[in-house]
Design a protein around this ligand. Structure first.
Ligand SMILES: *Cc1c(COP(=O)(O)O)cnc(C)c1O
Length: 462
């Protein structure tokens, strides 16, 4: 299996190299050159399997000869062993033909655990074989950082540094990053906001000699291996609802377009996905793109669903590459327009191509609160604000197929929003009940690139 860059100028890589590299050297994202297709009988055979077994069958064709089937089986088992639900990604019925896919039973209570836990296992296995070490540096507004720390803590060949904006993440999110005891984990509270953190991360990656010196690797959602891990739950949920014998619709709360892109890949693999609906909060650049045929930045206004508060949706580049018929130069031009002029027009062909494959909707802050309230009254289920954005949009998009909304985080991660909607604060689940008692360990730093480099050089294990 070969992976190519969406900008057409970076070397073609195998799965392991693409995973360990993250961002391509031409600034593009890696995508598989061809997408393997599963026959309807193979898809039907996934119904009712344990999650891990379904994952092995879905993921294997993308890995080339990177891992044997036996190796992969062990790594997937290890990845999902800490999940607090035996089904890993259970479905819950919310109304006639309306379902919720609960993706928040992992160790940090958000769907990012599905990808991060698997990528941690795959990277460690690959590095152990080659004897190499890597340094993972990530910037986070909350969920990604804690998922990365949980996934990489204690791994022998990996050191992990997570930058978060001091004072700007929720207490639960901060504690999830600062309470890991393992010595290869470093949470850094940086003076500034999320953009400051992302800016410093970019600076580190753009310093190619530093990048090579410490073996810098990225695990933000542009890493192809993360997208791949997320393809699995589209298959397990759709087959539970009757696929491949009938089509299933999905609504996906979207920020960086990683999770929904995984649904698109599932469909290309042969899964009968009917509608694939982009659900955005008030930061609705993707909904506006679908409505107007033009992608234009407008600035971010902080919402109750912070993990979807984005301006530039990095994984959208992957779908754009397809919409432009794999024309890397056209993608580069569009990304250049976004950076220098704040936007670009899709072009009629690409707009039509996208409209055939994706629907979209948005939820205002008020609609988000109402959706949390409605769901609780109707079923007792308490939604996090991200999932509520999805639920609101799903209700407006429901047709004849079963409609599945992806529930991306546990409500206890966002107690303020939930309390505002229904007047009670959801408790942390049992496996995390002592979070407030665990000692914290954090390094506070000014926004100073050379100090950051020195800290990473001196603290990583060699
Ligand atoms: C990351 C995140 C999202 C957005 O996912 P993308 O793959 O970036 O579109 C939605 N909800 C929660 C809770 C998240 O952590």
């Amino acid at each position: 299996m070969r992976y190519i860059s969406t900008r057409g100028q970076a070397p073609v890589l195998g799965f392991e190299e693409a995973m360990l590299t993250g961002l391509a050297r031409d600034g593009g994202l890696y995508v598989p050159e061809t997408v393997p297709v599963m026959a309807p009988e193979e898809i039907a055979a996934l119904a009712g399997l344990p999650y891990e077994e379904a994952a092995r069958r879905v993921v294997l064709p993308f890995l080339g000869d990177a891992f044997t089937e036996g190796e992969l089986e062990g790594l997937i088992e290890a990845a999902y062993a800490e999940f607090a639900h035996a089904a890993r990604a259970p479905l819950r019925q919310m109304g006639p033909n309306l379902f919720l896919l609960e993706l928040f039973h992992g160790p940090t209570l958000a769907f990012k655990d599905f990808a991060m836990q698997l990528i941690g296992q795959l990277m460690q296995a690959s590095l152990a074989r080659s004897g190499k070490r890597i340094t993972i540096v990530g910037a986070t507004s909350g969920d990604t950082g804690s998922a990365a720390i949980e996934a990489f803590k204690g791994l022998a060949n990996v050191d992990v540094f997570i930058l978060f904006p001091q004072g700007r993440v929720s207490e639960v999110q901060r504690r999830q990053m600062t309470t890991a005891a393992e010595e290869n984990v470093h949470a850094i509270a940086l003076e500034g906001d999320f953009d400051t953190c992302q800016g410093r991360l970019k600076d580190l990656f753009n310093d190619h000699s530093f990048r090579d010196e410490v073996g810098l690797a990225g695990v933000n959602s542009i890493n192809w291996a993360r997208v791949l891990a997320q393809v699995v739950y589209y298959f397990t949920s759709a087959t539970a609802l009757g696929a491949p014998h009938r089509a299933v619709d999905f609504t996906v709360p979207t920020g960086n377009f990683g999770d929904i892109f995984a649904g698109h890949i599932a469909r290309r693999m042969g899964l009968p996905v009917g509608k694939l609906v982009i659900a955005t909060n008030q930061n609705d650049i993707l909904h506006r793109t679908m409505a107007t045929g033009e992608q234009r930045k407008e600035g971010v206004s902080p919402s109750m669903s912070p993990s979807m508060d984005i301006q530039v949706s990095s994984n959208f580049e992957r779908v754009l590459f397809e919409a432009y018929g794999n024309d890397g130069a056209a993608v580069s031009a569009a990304m250049e327009g976004l950076a220098s002029e704040g936007g670009y027009a899709l072009g009629q062909g690409a707009w039509g191509w996208l409209a055939e494959r994706f629907a979209s909707g948005r939820a205002s802050e008020e609609e988000t609160l109402q959706a949390i309230f409605r769901a609780q009254v109707a079923t007792g289920e308490i939604l996090c604000p991200h999932s509520a954005v999805g639920y609101h949009v799903a209700e407006t998009q429901q047709g004849a197929n079963p409609m599945v909304t992806l529930a991306t985080a546990h409500p206890a991660k966002f107690p303020d929003a939930v309390e505002k909607a229904i007047g009670l604060r959801p408790p942390l689940p049992p496996q995390m009940a002592d979070l407030y008692d665990r000692p914290e360990r954090v390094t506070e730093m000014a926004d100073d690139l050379s100090a950051l480099k020195t800290f990473i050089r001196e603290t990583r294990r060699t």
